[in-house]
Design a protein around this ligand. Structure first.
Ligand code: AMP
Ligand code: GLY
Length: 421
């Protein structure tokens, strides 16, 4: 198979790494890719992955048999269905099905229609009505921009004045078009975890759980980030809770999407809040998480390609996951200053001293190569990932690699996995 992966982050590096272990992969191109991906695959740096026509033309020119779409933006732009219309087998939902991530209000309506447990909410198109709702509900309360806001459109307001400020900011354009509509939700207590479910439009197959660390600081303090580290499996998701989440949330959602004539095919990432054994939906994403993909790919290895291929071909009912009793953990190394302003261009040393095998991998998220040296080119820069028989072993291996990396302008959290360790 000739395979094209769209995207340029640590998620896409880990997808490429897993795909390449499968002998069914003859040729792999990643567009646009990054400096780490360029070490293992061809990178099509010039392809505009937000342009469906350009992606179709490229896939035809390169005789691509299978496309895997990493990030949400090209999915929301309709790249997946344009590829399928052109006869190119593609992993990822249509624009209509990607609404499960692109519109919070859409997801709430789907949950209402299929009785999936989630936070109570209101949906607003003007600030005055939203402010009145908050005054009536009280705080804490959660204010969300409806559309895609690069993970920044959620404000947890501790007080009513904070909530009113957040509403004014959103309707004032702080999140651009994403904030033209606002969803206001009940604040849910509990522990968060993520469940990753492959869907082929009709059938569903869980491929594992993970927990992310959204806050920049140790002990889960400080501002929110895209994710400072992850581990899999998440012990808070017991088999009973996973079964409830599949039966009460994911399966009804997939059935509702099919009923509407917009079946969901791809990976559904269900963000769950778990309290007293009851999972409730926080949000859906329609793609792998970053850095959750890094730990899932390290655990799945070569079978990840077969699983995504089966989802794209509608064969998930005949497919299963072969699990090892293992654990994986990813430590994100970020540039000093992230998630605020940070500098680019600092040189990262020591990468050649890190092992690269089925238990260890430094995935690149935001790097570039200059004069033969790897340099930082983003906020989140590396995903230092390891696998082991226990979470402790995985953590020790990952931090062992972190300690070999010589990058004075970078930092990481030293406590990834603390809830489970
Ligand atoms: P989201 O972008 O929807 O994942 O929201 C970002 C983060 O905000 C989530 O990972 C949760 O930690 C938190 N969050 C979102 N909605 C709620 C809610 N209704 N109750 C409590 N926390 C929430
Ligand atoms: N790590 C969170 C996300 O990918 O959305």
């Amino acid at each position: 198979m000739n395979i094209l992966i769209l995207g340029s982050g640590g998620r896409e590096h880990s997808l490429a790494w897993a795909v390449l272990q499968n002998p069914k992969c003859d040729r792999l191109i990643v567009a646009p890719g990054n400096a780490g991906i360029a070490d293992i695959a061809e990178c099509a740096t010039g392809l505009d992955i937000m342009n469906p026509g350009a992606v179709v033309t490229f896939a035809e020119q390169e005789a691509i048999d299978f496309v895997i779409i990493g990030p949400e933006a090209p999915l929301a732009a309709g790249v997946a269905e344009r590829l399928r219309e052109a006869g190119v087998l593609t992993f990822g939902p249509s624009m209509a099905a990607a609404q499960l991530e692109a519109s919070k209000h859409f997801t709430k309506e789907v949950c209402d229609a299929c009785n999936a447990p989630t936070a109570a909410y209101g949906h607003f198109t003007n600030a005055a009505a939203a402010r009145d709702y908050v005054t009536a509900q009280g705080a804490p309360i959660v204010i969300k921009a409806d559309g895609l806001a690069a993970g920044k459109g959620v404000i947890i307001a501790e007080t009513i004045p904070q909530a009113h400020d957040a509403i004014d900011d959103m309707f004032g354009g702080a999140f651009g078009g994403a904030g033209a509509e606002v969803v206001i939700e009940e604040f849910m207590q509990g522990e968060e975890a993520s469940l990753f479910v492959l869907c082929d439009g009709e059938n569903i197959l869980s491929i594992g759980t993970a927990q992310d660390h959204k806050r920049v600081g140790e002990g889960d303090n400080g501002p929110n980030t895209g994710g400072m580290g992850a581990y899999s499996p998440a012990p808070v998701v017991t088999p009973e809770i996973e079964a409830r989440a599949m039966d009460e949330i994911v399966r009804p959602t997939i059935a509702e999407m099919a009923r509407r004539g917009t079946p969901f095919q791809g990976i559904l990432y269900a963000g769950l809040m778990i309290e007293d054994g009851q999972p409730r939906l926080v949000e859906y994403n329609v793609r792998f998480g970053d850095p959750e993909a890094q730990v899932l790919m390290m655990r799945l290895g070569a079978q990840a390609l077969d699983l995504m291929h089966a989802a794209a071909e509608g064969r998930l009912d005949q497919t299963g996951v072969t699990w090892a009793e293992d654990h994986a953990l990813c430590v994100v190394m970020a540039a000093d200053g992230y998630p605020g302003d940070y500098a680019k261009g600092s040189v990262i040393g020591g990468l050649d001293d890190c092992p690269a095998d089925s238990f260890h991998m430094v995935f690149h998220a935001g790097t570039a190569k200059k004069d033969g040296k790897i340099t930082a080119a983003g906020g989140r820069v590396l995903g230092v990932t390891a696998r082991g028989a226990s979470l402790r072993e995985a953590a020790d291996r990952a931090y062992g690699m972190v300690d070999r990396i010589d990058w004075p302008q970078g930092f990481c959290r030293r406590d990834i996995g603390w809830r489970a360790l």
